[in-house]
Design a protein around this ligand. Structure first.
Ligand code: GRG
Length: 303
């Protein structure tokens, strides 16, 4: 199957699953245990606002490569997108990056106010784990695989993962660029949440240690390259295409690859990392064709 068709198929599965898990509706003050209407709307506003769906597509594609049924993988995939969306909502808040635009529309707090944007993020994070655990219970024969997947997601998104990276990122504003510190920020703020879906797919498939290591290396190289590209897009990208303002990293005194080594060297570093990512999944042979094509497409992304 052609790459674009396959990517479209995965994205459709993600959109359908997200919509099914968080349908429109709800009362202001529901008596039936459902999510109150305003909270639900603020969650849906950011979750269903497009986005490339990189993390859930990685989970579905790695899962299929390893023989996991889509019906089994789609909820974990959607849950990772909820966690990613919560992180974007919180990252855009005035106390963090204070951004007005995200995914081509006003940021959550600009529409619902800061208080509700905090709640929408909190709600997506909690709901992600509720969906993951509920779904795990439907697979009693692979309960261990599901629990291991949830554990990896919690670890990579949490206090040693994305949140740790974000914490150091905040602490590093207006500091002299430092290679070790920047490597830590990128590995955790960005690469961890790109590695999590790959390893979660591996858990569902009961993949052996060699395959898990290959997936971890793929995720880590891809994640670092993805973040360097993100830094470069902030310097030289098109705000219209990106759906958010550019030039913000420099304005905020953020520590980035271009600020550490310059634009040209950052581009070279990203190129090398993308090649290393592709090499990392060599052990899967032709079965990894989609992951390879996906990495190539991301390596030339404009948004
Ligand atoms: C608030 C705990 C917490 C963490 C925030 C995600 C994040 C960490 C910060 C957002 C800013 C940023 C540059 C993060 C690095 C990861 C990244 C490039 C996110 C954007 O992901 P895409 O490009 O976005 O996949 P879409 O909108 O396509 O889903």
């Amino acid at each position: 199957m052609a790459y674009n068709e396959e990517y479209g198929r995965y994205v459709s599965i993600v959109e359908e699953t997200l919509t099914a898990l968080l349908p429109e509706g709800g009362d202001v003050c529901p008596q039936d245990g459902s999510i109150p209407q305003h909270l639900r709307e603020s969650m849906r506003y950011s979750l269903l606002a497009g986005g490339k769906r990189v993390r859930p597509v990685l989970l579905l594609a790695a899962g299929e490569m390893l023989g996991v049924d889509t019906a089994e993988a789609c909820v974990p995939a959607a849950a990772i997108e909820m966690i990613h969306t919560y992180s974007l909502i919180h990252d855009d808040l005035p106390g963090m990056d204070d951004d007005d635009y995200r995914r081509g529309r006003l940021t959550n707090h600009k529409v619902y106010g800061v208080g509700h944007a905090i709640l929408a993020g909190d709600a997506l994070l909690n709901y992600a784990y509720e969906c993951l655990l509920q779904h795990a219970l439907s697979y009693p024969k692979n309960l261990e695989g599901h629990i291991r997947a949830v554990q990896i997601i919690a670890n990579r998104a949490g206090v040693r993962g994305m949140i740790a990276g974000q914490s150091l990122d905040l602490l590093s504003e207006h500091m002299e660029p430092d290679a070790d510190r920047l490597a830590y920020i990128h590995a955790h703020k960005t690469a961890d949440l790109l590695t999590a879906p790959l390893l979660a797919a591996g858990c569902l498939a009961k993949a052996d240690a060699e395959k898990m290591a290959a997936l971890a290396r793929f995720g880590s190289c891809m994640g670092l390259a993805f973040q360097i590209d993100d830094d470069l897009l902030d310097v030289e990208g098109d705000a219209q295409l990106l759906g958010k303002q550019t030039g913000m990293d420099q304005a905020r005194g953020k520590m980035t690859w271009p600020s550490l080594v310059g634009v040209e060297a950052a581009r070279e570093k990203s190129h090398t990392l993308w090649l290393q990512a592709e090499e990392a999944i060599g052990c899967f042979g032709e079965d990894a064709w989609f992951l390879r094509a996906f990495a190539s497409a991301l390596a030339t992304r404009k948004k």
